[in-house]
Design a protein around this ligand. Structure first.
Ligand code: SF4
Length: 358
């Protein structure tokens, strides 16, 4: 019998006719779908979470194309080439992106469960203007020849769309390399297709091993979390896989205090550890999702720090071609002398602690 996740992928909602079964399509949505040459689509499960009548529904805005994507005042052309250092002199296969000495991103697939309108890999995954060759064997051979790489992020597209057999092969091959200490998988499927977390998948990638697998998922709004999500995450944890979240700060979706706090509290209730909040990157055609740079740090100050448990505190980062730059709210050492430090908190209160000589 065909697995539910396979059926969901075969029945992706990617035409006006299919979409009309879930929502009353707005004029802007209809025009964008009819005129923009862009890949779009969602799993039926994720489509069922959309608000039928509200075009401002946070799930609709992440999934359905908008005419605003035609505006590109601030996005950088060839963004991914810049961001992933693809124009450097080091010879690497297309599948390997490198910003750090000891860890790399290994792209193994180009398709996704949903095609996020704010995706920073849009040129590759959504608009498909950037053509790259994803040859798993070539990537594995490159990693085998680079003993300085200890941490591999398997990415896409969405790697969990590979079959159990392919994933098992990939993970086994990586685990056989003596220098690989950990494997991370970047996937939205626990959120947009939790049915993918099957016994077969757990067997393929989980289990006790000295090279652990970590999953980084992406959830941007509390509405994206359901009972199915919670069950899927529990199943992953049961086979030894921790799940962290990498949210993207999105204007009009999660950039207000209440939504931001509820998102992070609900993630923890679902056993997902908030890990990063990313500033929405300067990829082309996504200007309308971008806030001011300071906004993420302000939200951490106003919605999370001191307002909810420390476990719910992600790090706010700007992902750039030279790596991730963390931005903190303005906590600081206000003063320091031989005797003491003066420290400031999120409410602008100050306190003093002793300065211990080294
Ligand atoms: S699932 Fe990830 S790679 Fe795919 S469109 Fe969304 S953000 Fe981009």
């Amino acid at each position: 019998m065909e697995a539910e996740w396979v059926k969901q992928m075969k029945n992706q909602v990617n035409t006006l006719e299919k979409l009309a079964k879930y929502i009353n399509i707005s004029d802007d949505e209809k025009k964008a779908i009819e005129t923009l040459k862009t890949k779009w689509g969602t799993t039926p499960y994720f489509a069922s979470l959309m608000d039928k009548d509200d075009p401002n529904c946070p799930i609709r805005k992440q999934v359905i194309p908008s005419m605003k994507e035609q505006v590109n005042k601030y996005g950088m052309d060839n963004y991914l080439v810049w961001k992933e250092n693809r124009a450097t002199e080091e010879i690497r296969p297309d599948s390997i992106a490198r910003q750090y000495h000891d860890r790399i991103a290994f792209t193994v697939v180009q398709n996704c469960g949903i095609y996020c309108r704010h995706c920073f890999r849009k040129e590759l995954v959504v608009d498909q203007d950037l053509k790259l060759k994803f040859d798993v064997e070539e990537g594995l051979a490159w990693i085998a020849e680079h003993p300085e790489v200890r941490d591999v992020l398997i990415t896409g597209g969405d790697p969990l769309l590979l079959s159990d057999e392919k994933l098992e092969y990939l993970i086994t091959k990586l685990r056989e390399l003596p220098h690989i200490e950990m494997i991370r998988i970047g996937t939205r499927l626990p959120i947009v297709l939790p049915h993918r977390i099957t016994e077969g998948l757990k067997k393929a990638i989980g289990g006790f091993h000295k090279v652990p697998v970590w999953i980084s998922t992406q959830c941007n709004h509390p509405k994206e979390i359901t009972e199915e999500t919670a069950k899927a995450v529990y199943e992953l944890m049961n086979c030894g896989i921790n799940v962290g979240n990498q949210a993207v700060l999105l204007k009009g979706i999660n950039d207000d205090v209440d939504t931001f706090r509820e998102l992070h509290q609900k993630l923890l209730r679902t056993r997902i550890r908030p890990y990063y909040v990313f500033y929405c990157e300067a990829a082309p055609g996504i200007d309308h999702f971008r806030t001011s740079v300071e906004k993420g740090a302000e939200l951490i100050r106003d919605a999370l720090r001191g307002h909810t448990t420390g476990l719910a505190q992600p790090m706010y980062v700007l992902a750039t071609n030279i790596g991730k730059i963390p931005l903190m709210p303005d906590y600081c050492i206000v003063d320091k002398n031989e005797k003491e430090y003066t420290l400031r908190n999120h409410k602008n209160d100050t306190t003093k602690i002793p300065n211990i000589p080294e």
